[in-house]
Design a protein around this ligand. Structure first.
Ligand code: ATP
Ligand code: MG
Length: 406
């Protein structure tokens, strides 16, 4: 039996809809995939008739191809990933490839064939191909039945200009847009459950994400920084974070906690964090800040407090989880792989100097008045300047000109 070249087909929905931007979007997805699949035996990736095709090295085994398919499905911009074969453009080769592909699809009771040809010069039309390939598969798998609606496995046959692709194993991708098509954002990243999910959601909308973390160091141990490092490594597996700035905020928090009214402390810490993050965003050229806040989830996440924190900065603050339930956020964190890391305990700058009763309806005027006793702009500049920077792999990212952390 002939051995066919293994391929992964990458289907995209949304980027297919982008009219004249389509080329840019496809190029971005292609470059991201090339970079993220670098550890797999990939010969090349091409754009072929409205999708990307990953060509795997001769002799690549099924397990490796499946691992590659799973990786592809996690890349932002991918709607579906399919693992199959490229074969010669003859009906005999298509039969043979279809039998192998269906045999590898795992246990199934029913199937159907979905054939397409994008060149009418192939002598057999789609309907005929469905019937012919279906008949061969029924013979090869006598226990299986053909079922048009709700079948267990769909065998796809795509005939293009000079080859055919046959695949029966498809998995859903995470969807969205390729990282790098929506500009850059600075994400306030704690070691909690929410902010890694918020960051990931922004990356899935095509944004290049820069993480900004505030630890309680030097007053507490910087355990939270290590956890954020682990979280960033998970996000970086799919290019969802480019670098992380880690800021030691303990000293400034202590100063605030000594003289500010307890109820307002949390808001003052938040405003300082946002001001420092805004400075970092400006260094990086990021056009918005991102937090993992969800309305009403904790006392500090009320509409009044949101207004009082928004007031601290000029850049827009995006809150991708604002209307999301905790259970949904947890499910996303589990799918993403950050949940277990975030469930570990670490004192960060927020657990430190926490008042017993934080203000839930802060008034902007009162907050500004209290804040004016502290040199917050100088502190925010210092926090940004002193930050430790860790780079992660995100091929769409370009460091700022005149990089100070060379
Ligand atoms: P998370 O699980 O993301 O920590 P949370 O539900 O614990 O969120 P808060 O602690 O009130 O909520 O924080 C709200 C948001 O403020 C976080 O989602 C994050 O974006 C930002 N934030 C809080 N603490 C820090 C920190 N130490 N460093 C950076 N950002 C932080
Ligand atoms: Mg938190």
């Amino acid at each position: 039996m002939a051995e066919f070249q293994r391929v992964i087909l990458i289907h995209y929905h949304e980027i297919g809809l982008k009219g004249k931007n389509r080329g840019t979007f496809e190029q971005r997805l292609l470059r991201n995939c090339k970079d993220l699949l670098r550890t797999f035996p990939v010969v090349d990736i091409h754009r072929i008739s409205g999708r990307l095709v990953v060509f795997l090295k001769e002799g690549t085994d099924l397990a490796t191809a499946c691992a590659c398919e799973e990786m592809v499905a996690r890349i932002p911009g991918v709607a579906r990933a399919s693992c199959g074969f490229k074969c010669p453009r003859t009906i005999e080769a298509i039969y043979e490839a279809a039998v192998v592909a269906l045999g590898e699809a795992g246990p199934f009771g029913s199937f159907k064939v979905q054939a397409r040809r994008n060149h009418t010069d192939f002598p057999i039309d789609s309907m005929q191909m469905n019937r012919l390939v279906g008949a061969v598969l029924c013979e090869a798998f006598p226990d299986a039945r053909v079922q048009m609606k709700g079948c267990d496995v769909q065998v796809d046959v795509e005939v293009i200009q000079n080859a055919a692709f046959v695949y029966a194993k498809s998995i859903r991708g995470i969807g969205g847009l390729p990282v790098g098509v929506s500009g850059m954002v600075a994400c306030l990243l704690s070691s909690g459950i929410d902010s890694p999910v918020a960051t990931w959601r922004m990356a899935r909308r095509g944004a290049i994400c820069i993480g900004v973390h505030f630890s309680g160091a030097p007053v507490t141990a910087d355990t939270s920084s290590y956890l954020v490092d682990d979280i960033a490594q998970v996000l970086a597996q799919t290019g969802c974070i480019a670098r992380v700035y880690s800021c030691a905020m303990g000293d400034y928090q202590r100063d605030i906690s000594v003289s500010a009214p307890p109820a307002l402390r949390v808001i003052l810490y938040r405003r300082l964090m946002l001001k420092a993050a805004q400075n970092i965003a400006r260094i990086e050229g990021a056009k918005a800040l991102v937090t993992g806040e969800s309305l009403g989830q904790v006392a500090s996440q009320t509409l009044d407090n949101i207004a009082a924190t928004d007031d601290a900065v000029e850049l827009p603050i995006l809150r991708p989880l604002i209307g999301t339930d905790k259970q949904e956020i947890i499910a996303d964190a589990q799918r993403l792989g950050t949940f277990d890391i975030s469930s570990q305990d670490a004192p960060d700058c927020c657990t430190l100097f926490m008042p017993r009763r934080p203000e839930t309806h802060a008034r902007i005027a009162a907050v500004r008045e209290t804040e004016s006793a502290f040199p917050v702009d100088t502190w925010a500049a210092q926090l940004a300047y002193d930050a430790q920077v860790t780079d992660h792999r995100c091929c769409a990212y370009r460091p700022p000109k005149g990089e100070r952390h060379a």
